[in-house]
Design a protein around this ligand. Structure first.
Ligand code: GDD
Length: 333
């Protein structure tokens, strides 16, 4: 039975990836940070299943600031595949928390690479990097050869980590792969990312639990896909005979405004009556025309399955359902 170790297993991608691998007969080990609150809601259905938790799914306390702790887990688990998804992932927040972001994203990855370099058994390593490494690219769409030009601390930290994966792969001949991931969404997305924020607030307004939605730049454009497709892509990347980098993207740009219109249409309301511009949510240097060319991933058989309108409708429906059961208490910034 193959064994996988996932950093960031409690996040959107980690939880979908855990399900995907368990379905394929993997034993899955996940690294969870020790915090005062138990943030495991996305894994709850697996965690509370006695046929899974403690049998094919195991969670270990650890974080990437303590390499010895990770080394011990790695030795004990001895996985055939590592999926590195952990790290501060909010671009806007990375301006406020530049050091924490750099430490978790850049140094956290480097520490793992150093440990893998010394690990006695062969292991395949997937690094979840980001389209934010391209920042303001001179070419669109971007592919695996597009030069890095990040415009925020998060993108710069991801750029460093991406390049170190390439350098260690070449220098030490290790199986290390970068997945250059464009935005990917689902009802499990964190509430302060724009798709989830819009879908959740539109649903809350419909249900009388909120009255307005405050947003930054609604003309901003991104390449948005379905998170479930992206975790399938991560696994496919590690099944390639030779370690390589792959862009995972839909290749199609949409704007924040498009999300707004679709989400409010889904709940039968006029967005104009509820949306307010909030200058505090404007990002400053904004990444532009981040749209990926997924041609290389297509050649390995990866095709995104969900269209953008379907994705937004799915997210709104999920919010209507969950807010009907448990009303919203917080306002996502
Ligand atoms: N979060 C947020 N909140 N974004 C807003 C808002 C708002 O109120 N109003 C407008 N936006 C715009 C942002 O300025 C950005 O242009 C776009 O909506 C998307 O923002 P996010 O959903 O926060 O995602 P992101 O593109 O910055 O980053 C995500 O995708 C990257 C891959 O391209 C994150 O998941 C990153 O971790 C990931 O690497």
């Amino acid at each position: 039975m193959p064994i996988a170790l996932i950093t960031g297993i409690t996040g959107q991608d980690g939880s979908y990836l855990a399900e995907f691998l368990l379905d394929r007969g993997y034993t899955v080990h996940g690294l969870v940070r020790r915090t005062s609150t138990l943030e495991r809601s996305r894994l709850q259905h697996l965690y509370s299943n006695p046929a899974i938790y403690g049998k094919t799914l195991h969670l270990h306390y650890g974080d990437l600031e303590q390499p010895i702790n990770f080394m011990r887990i790695l030795q004990r688990v001895n996985p055939s595949e590592i999926y590195h998804l952990a790290g501060q992932s909010h671009v806007g927040l990375s301006f406020e928390m530049a050091e924490t972001t750099t430490d978790s994203v850049a140094m956290g990855t480097l520490r793992l690479l150093e440990i893998i370099r010394e690990h006695p058994s062969p292991v395949r390593f997937f690094h979840a990097t980001s389209s934010e490494i391209f920042g303001r690219p001179t070419l669109s769409p971007q592919d695996e050869n597009t030069p890095l030009s990040p415009v925020n601390p998060y993108g710069a930290a991801k750029g460093f980590a991406t390049q170190m994966v390439r350098i260690y792969r070449e220098k030490f001949g290790l199986y290390l792969a970068n997945g250059i991931l464009y935005n990917h969404e689902s009802p499990r997305r964190g509430e302060n990312f724009v798709t989830r924020k819009i879908c959740r607030t539109a649903a809350a307004i419909k249900l009388g639990q909120a009255s307005e939605l405050r947003l930054g730049d609604t003309s901003a454009q991104r390449d948005w896909g379905d998170a479930r497709d992206y975790v399938r892509g991560m696994w496919m990347i590690l099944q390639q005979p030779v370690a390589d980098d792959f862009v995972l993207a839909t290749g199609i740009l949409h704007s924040v405004q498009d999300i707004l219109e679709l989400a409010f249409q889904e709940v039968g309301l006029d967005w104009r009556a509820h949306v307010r511009k909030d200058d505090r949510l404007m990002r400053g240097p904004e990444s532009t025309t981040l749209v990926g060319n997924p041609e290389k991933a297509r050649r390995m058989g990866w095709v995104p399955s969900t269209q953008f309108p379907e994705l937004i409708r799915w997210m709104v429906k999920a919010e209507l359902d969950s807010l009907s059961r448990a009303p919203r208490t917080e306002d996502p910034a």
